[in-house]
Design a protein. Sequence first.
Length: 327
Amino acid sequence: MVRLNRTGRDKIAMNKGSKNNELTAHFPPKVADPRQGQLSLGISKQIEIDGVGMGVLSDGTPFLTGRGLASLCGVTHRAIQDISDEWIENVQKPRVTAIKAILRKRGIERETAYVAITQRGGTFFAYSDAVCLAVLEYYAFDAGSNIKQQAQTNFRELAGQALRDFIYAQVGYDPNALVPDVWKIFHDRVSLTYSATPKGYFGVFKEIADIIVALGQAGLHIDPTFVPDGSVGKHWSTHWTSIGGDERFGERRRYGHNFPEYFPQADSNPQDAWCYPNDALGEFRRWIEDDYVGKGKFGRYLDTKVKQRSLPPSFTQLAIAALSPAD
């Protein structure tokens, strides 16, 4: 039985101890409908307690995995799967109608039961705290012959903001934090490069910050294995030489580029990197859009990372779509 410890909302009583893990919760072999979930969110924090996965999405939404929600309600995992499938059917089953009615009473509408989260290890389904509470309330009071005492017990403990607060406490998430974890690496790298170049010159990382932000918003965040400015810098340097950049815009210069200390690359800080005259910014931005992204260099870089298993295959399509200009 999964039940909140009545001595306080700081842990779940389990038969075994709890531990932090990277979530590997996957629904067995059902293929999600394309309408299910979103691909624009990532994971800020996550934990697994005896197989019950929970965490916080990059937008601050607390979630449980399907197995976690099933354990909370005292039902099978298959029951939660079936609710997810029925959620998007044109003719709604009575239980889905009842759960959606509970959500509407709270002013909440959800097109899907879960959010499909793509990580480097694959995809799993995250059920928001709002959906979890609605499903829990259904099994506590509205499920007829399927009412579960476990659901009633947990609902009394977790109603209102209690489930949200509980998940935040379990994963160590501070909703008031200024920089979400998924953006911390970007924040740290910007801090190290913002004023690193000499006056009148630009560095590649700072100038592709808008690209990195767009990728992050699509769920693809930089980390020690995904350093797109390295690829951009290499190709831009080749282009610079081919167009006689020194003669056209002025000579480029070397400067010390540093990685955050928790990057393996930091062992050789400062990196001997090129910076370029500000007069070349227009050419750089044109080249990024028309050549590096437009002619497929970025796509090929991502494909290489996929082959190296640093990125899941779907991320190439997501990244290219995120950087495609609006119609």
